[in-house]
Design a protein around this ligand. Structure first.
Ligand code: NAI
Length: 343
């Protein structure tokens, strides 16, 4: 099987080459992101392998289909960049639903601790022989209330970590899990009562800009926001205003609404054209990592293994438990519907 691998980075290659070689899958690594201009590169390949900032809209899907591509293997969990509905009846789409919830949850806590204990400031100071503590006063996490939005795999691990710190946890989920032993509250209550809010839900039409001017105004003054989910959960301009007004005490962002042309690349020789991002980065109480939360050895290993298994398993068995299938509602006798695999 030949797979065109888009947006390839050096850290992707070893694990994909290893698992691919074991299963007879040959990956051709392209540094370019997939979009309408680069789709041509996939001509004649059986599948494409894509990541979070590749564009898989209707136009790209039509091109891939015309070039003979029949499978799209997402090497990530989120699939908001894929028009799954347009793929229906043409191209099969697989994802990696879980590879290490610990990687993302631990990164969220790492950012939170860095922020509230000013580690990012101290690191720079001590390298410059500045051993002053002025301005580095933090606060205890113990006893604080953390609101967790989305209590799936990552949210639950993050909650366990927070409980280890002696924090009170409020949870909100559109589909609460009654067996999770969590204090579920409505979103308004969570926003109003949390000292820290961490986001672990998917980006959907419903969750887009769930943090906006209005909801920020209803949060506790000095609230700390942690977003390791998807950037567009937060209206970045509203966040900037909230920070300038001292309503938001700090923001820990691993994702950003307009990240796709910026994150994952070395732009150090260039001027940042995104004024909102530039202003956010300039704030002493904003910590930004560039969609790094997933990046552990364990996660890379699991991502490559599952991606290869998805492709090989589908070709062998004609089905894949990680397939995303649009809910067409057209047939009463659909195995995917019976298995609740439609989206
Ligand atoms: P999951 O599917 O296990 O959990 C998501 C939870 O969100 C579910 O419990 C679901 O019921 C809930 N949810 C759905 N719609 C909601 C809504 N409107 N409001 C509140 N909750 C809602 O997913 P998982 O593995 O925990 O991942 C969560 C998110 O983390 C992913 O959607 C992805 O965007 C992000 N992610 C970020 C990574 C990074 O490197 N920064 C890496 C992996 C995932």
């Amino acid at each position: 099987m030949n797979v065109a691998f888009f947006d390839a980075k050096p850290y992707d290659r070893p694990s994909f080459e290893t698992f691919g070689a074991q299963e007879g899958v040959h990956f051709k690594f392209f540094e370019a992101k997939l979009n309408e201009d680069t789709a041509e590169l996939a001509r004649g390949y059986d599948a494409v392998c894509v990541f979070v900032n590749d564009t898989v809209n209707a136009a790209v899907i039509d091109k891939l289909y015309a070039y003979g591509v029949r499978m799209i293997a997402l090497r990530c969990a989120g699939y908001n960049n894929v028009d799954v509905r347009h793929c229906f009846g043409k191209i099969h789409v697989f994802r990696v639903p879980a590879y290490s919830p610990y990687a993302v949850a631990e990164h969220a806590m790492a950012m939170l601790l860095t922020s509230v204990r000013r580690i990012h400031k101290a690191y720079i100071r001590t390298r410059d022989n500045n051993f002053s503590l002025n301005g580095l006063t933090g606060f205890d996490l113990h006893g604080k209330t953390v609101g967790v939005v989305g209590t799936g795999k990552i949210g639950r691990v993050f909650i366990d970590i927070c409980r280890g710190f002696g924090m009170k946890v409020l949870a909100y989920d559109k589909f609460p899990n009654p067996d999770a032993g969590l204090d579920y509250v409505d979103l308004d209550c969570l926003f109003a009562e949390s000292d820290i809010i961490s986001f672990h839900c998917p980006l959907t039409d419903e969750t887009r800009h769930m943090v906006n001017r209005e909801t920020i105004a209803r949060m506790k003054k000095g609230v700390v926001l942690v977003n390791t989910s998807r950037g567009a959960l937060i209206d970045a301009e509203a966040l900037l205003e909230g920070i300038k007004a001292r309503q938001v005490g700090a923001a820990c962002l691993d994702v950003y609404e307009e990240e796709s042309d910026i994150f994952f690349e070395d732009n150090s020789g260039h001027i940042l054209n995104d004024d909102v991002l530039a202003r956010l980065i300039s704030m002493p109480n904003v910590i930004l990592t560039s969609h790094q939360a997933f990046l552990t050895q364990e996660a890379l290993h699991n991502i490559a293994q599952t991606t290869v298994e998805n492709l090989v398993g589908f070709v062998r068995d004609g089905s894949c438990e990680n397939e995303l299938c649009y809910h067409c509602g057209k047939t009463d006798d659909c195995r995917k519907q019976r298995l609740k695999k439609c989206f």
